[in-house]
Design a protein around this ligand. Structure first.
Ligand code: DP6
Length: 325
């Protein structure tokens, strides 16, 4: 019996950057995100009689760190379900892998959802969120649709995401792709380096807690402009903390900064748009759904070389075929 699940990437509006516990992936800060309706990952898990787990991404057998991360999630599910067998995992991505477009968030949310089903683990969404977190921190948010907040917590039990209701105008995220190349430094390495060497990291942690509270209040109030302003602040502060690392981590390119500038110009023309960027040069622009095509036109006019994809709020991870379908 094969269990197949789909999950979508999420983009953090209030960023997660830095861990307080590397093994369990307990973050130094809480975060808040929007799950998108583009670039899904579909993952199938089949229990097997073989002597080891086998993991394929887009048909290619994974080894080393990537397959170890999958095994961490499978081990946790074996522990929780009391079943000992191995699994065959096949995953198909539709997003350029490792280009700062949150492919790992969708991948580990889909994996946790499919594997829990395959191993017969009766997991609610909170438990799935905690399991997905073990593979990649940001994945705990992709278990949920739309806006979700990851409560940092202090241990495995207390570190999970939960959905927030958004009563403001329908949201869109215009993804400006300036590069689909694999990043030179993984976010995991860059995060650790920032924690260990950046003099700005403590300030990032303190200021993030206040920002997350403000953003949560703005989400509850449906206050789009405040959510947007805080989104841009959080991204720039996160990148500032990386600039302070030794050696420095710089994911933003000249093209990324040109997009940030274009978004400032859009705002001065009365369009509510706010830029954010993750561990890569691509820029995501938060705006109202009904203004998304206008935002794409304006950005294309200024930066015609980038590719633009419009995303809206998307679904949480879910079983497509399997016991829980
Ligand atoms: C910049 O979740 O990929 O996208 O927990 O080490 O797997 P690991 O890191 P990951 O980091 C995402 C960082 C970010 C910001 C965010 O999504 O909150």
């Amino acid at each position: 019996m094969t269990s197949t699940a789909t999950a979508h990437p999420n983009i953090a509006l209030a960023k997660y950057w830095g861990k307080r516990n590397d093994a369990l992936i307990i973050p130094a800060t809480g975060s808040l995100s929007l799950t998108l309706d583009v670039f899904p990952t579909t993952t199938s898990v089949t229990l097997s009689d073989e002597g080891a787990d086998a993991v394929r991404l887009d048909g290619v057998l994974l080894t080393g760190d990537e397959s170890n991360r999958v095994r961490t999630v499978l081990d946790r599910i074996r522990e929780l379900s009391g079943r000992t067998g191995h699994a065959r995992v096949e995953s198909a991505n539709t997003v350029p892998t490792a280009a700062g477009l949150a492919s790992s968030a969708a991948a580990f949310a889909a994996l946790a959802t499919a594997a829990a089903d395959a191993f017969g683990l009766d997991a609610d969404d909170r438990m799935l969120s905690r399991i997905a977190r073990r593979g990649s921190g940001s994945a705990c948010r992709s278990v949920f649709p739309g806006v979700a907040r990851w409560n940092a917590g202090i241990d495995d039990e207390s570190s999970y995401a939960e959905p927030l209701s958004w009563n403001g105008p329908p949201l869109a995220m215009v993804v400006g792709i300036v590069s689909s190349q694999r990043k030179a430094v993984s976010s995991r390495t860059a995060m650790r380096r920032t924690v260990e060497t950046s003099p700005y990291f403590p300030a990032w942690v303190t200021s993030s807690a206040a920002l997350l509270d403000q953003m949560s209040d703005a989400v509850a109030a449906g206050d789009f402009a405040t959510v947007g302003e805080l989104t841009e602040q959080s991204a720039l502060r996160m990148h500032a903390s990386m600039f302070g690392a030794v050696p420095p981590v710089r994911y933003l390119s000249a093209a990324s900064l040109a997009l940030f500038d274009a978004v400032v110009t859009l705002r001065s023309a009365g369009i509510d748009a706010y830029a954010t960027a993750d561990a890569g040069p691509n820029v995501k622009v938060l705006c109202r759904s009904d203004q998304a095509s206008h935002v794409v036109d304006a950005l294309t006019a200024t930066i015609p070389d980038a590719e633009y994809v419009v995303a809206h709020a998307g679904p949480g991870s879910h079983i497509v075929t399997g016991k829980g379908a």
